[in-house]
Design a protein around this ligand. Structure first.
Ligand code: UT7
Length: 342
């Protein structure tokens, strides 16, 4: 059986910086509250009408990842696109990206709907396709435009201050089978995926849905209907997050016979800096073993891990042969980890 490895990474975030003080112009919140509870200092929002969408940001991140991998779009065999904020209700943005990259290169495009865990789920799917020999080069993208769907009033403040926009991408390819240098050791060692649908409504956008379809919405024409906005039971999600993160990281360590002290870097999904710090402490990791950038981007859901990975690589925090842990938890609930020999 073959193994897969990450050949290239890239990310793109919109230029428009939204500070905590900017948000306090729209809602009853403060820089101090947001930093103390989440660690977030600023985030990026697309400017409506300026051209950045979930698909276009995914495209811009993908071009960088392809360049970093040293391949062209025509050399890709498959696209996997993770997002909870597609440009259209359907089709998903995978096909938009296929058109933007190489319109006549009619490869398959799969859309992943696993929210904050979406990128790790997508990476796992890519890994399986490469292991079986079905594909040789797969583009895996996470991209989100949250800003368009947030309730930017005091009513939505517990959610709206957290989320930001952005995109990240990786190219996954066949790992070399020789082991005589550091590159030869590179591979995705394992992925572990979980879900617990009984908590689906604790972090969700309910409308439009099969129960509340567009015709009902138009008939009701109710400006007080909150069901179009994300709902999050913050404390409940927080408590589950810290447990599930720890579990799925330990699952990956145990499956590979690895100690947390051997990790060069852990990149947790950037949900809340307090969650990352809690996991770091529970795992006994040093500061230099954990990568956080939520301070600058907020929580970008499926994009958060590939954006952080791209920044970590640019900053020289990972060298070929290093052990890298990715872990995520979010809406669904879903949670997942990937252990990678970089
Ligand atoms: O990425 C996917 C998964 N998502 C997560 O992992 C997020 C998990 N949850 C969290 O990060 C935290 O629960 C939040 C950051 C959302 C909230 O922090 P918290 O420490 O759990 O605060 P809380 O919800 O218990 O609210 C404390 C107080 C409340 O006021 P009262 O009832 O004590 O008077 C809230 O109304 O803070 C109030 N509050 C705010 N105040 C200022 C809630 N949001 C805000 C805000 N600014 N933005």
């Amino acid at each position: 059986m073959k193994s897969s490895m990450i050949l290239g990474v890239g990310h793109f975030v919109p230029d428009h910086v939204v500070t905590n003080n900017d948000l306090s112009q729209f809602m009853d919140t403060s820089h101090e509250w947001i930093v103390e509870r989440t660690g977030i200092e600023e985030r990026r929002h697309v400017v409506p009408g300026h051209g950045d969408t979930t698909a276009t940001m995914g495209y811009r991140a993908s071009l960088i990842a392809l360049n970093n991998a040293g391949i062209t779009a025509e050399e890709l065999d498959f696209i996997i696109f993770a997002t909870l904020s597609p440009d259209y209700y359907f089709p998903g943005p995978g096909v938009q990206l296929q058109e933007m990259l190489a319109p006549d290169h009619t490869i398959g495009a799969l859309d992943i709907r696993n929210q904050c865990s979406g990128f790790v789920y997508a990476l796992s799917v890519a890994d399986q396709f490469i292991r079986t020999g079905m594909y040789r080069r797969i583009l895996v993208v996470g991209s989100e435009v949250h800003s368009a769907g947030l309730d930017m009033t005091t009513r939505g403040r517990n959610v709206s201050v957290i989320f930001g926009d952005g995109a990240g991408a990786v190219v996954v390819g066949v790992a070399p089978q020789h082991t005589d240098n550091e590159l030869g050791k590179s591979k995705i060692l394992s992925t572990h995926l979980h879900s617990e649908g009984r908590h689906a409504r604790e972090l969700a956008v309910i409308s439009p849905s099969t129960q509340h379809w567009v015709s009902h919405i138009m008939n009701e024409n109710n400006p007080n209907d909150e069901s179009y906005y994300p709902y999050m039971n913050g404390n409940f999600v927080f408590k589950h997050a810290i447990n599930r993160f720890s579990e799925v990281i330990n699952e990956a360590l145990m499956a590979n016979g690895v100690q947390s002290s051997e990790l060069k870097l852990m990149i947790p999904h950037q949900a809340n800096l307090r969650i990352s710090q809690y996991i770091q402490q529970k795992m006994g990791l040093r500061d230099d073993q954990v990568f956080n950038n939520i301070m600058r981007y907020g929580n970008t859901t499926a994009a958060s891990i590939p954006i952080a990975l791209s920044e970590a690589v640019s900053e020289g925090r990972l060298q070929r042969g290093d052990l890298l842990m990715l872990a995520a938890f979010g809406s669904g609930f879903t949670w997942a980890s990937a252990l990678i020999r970089w």
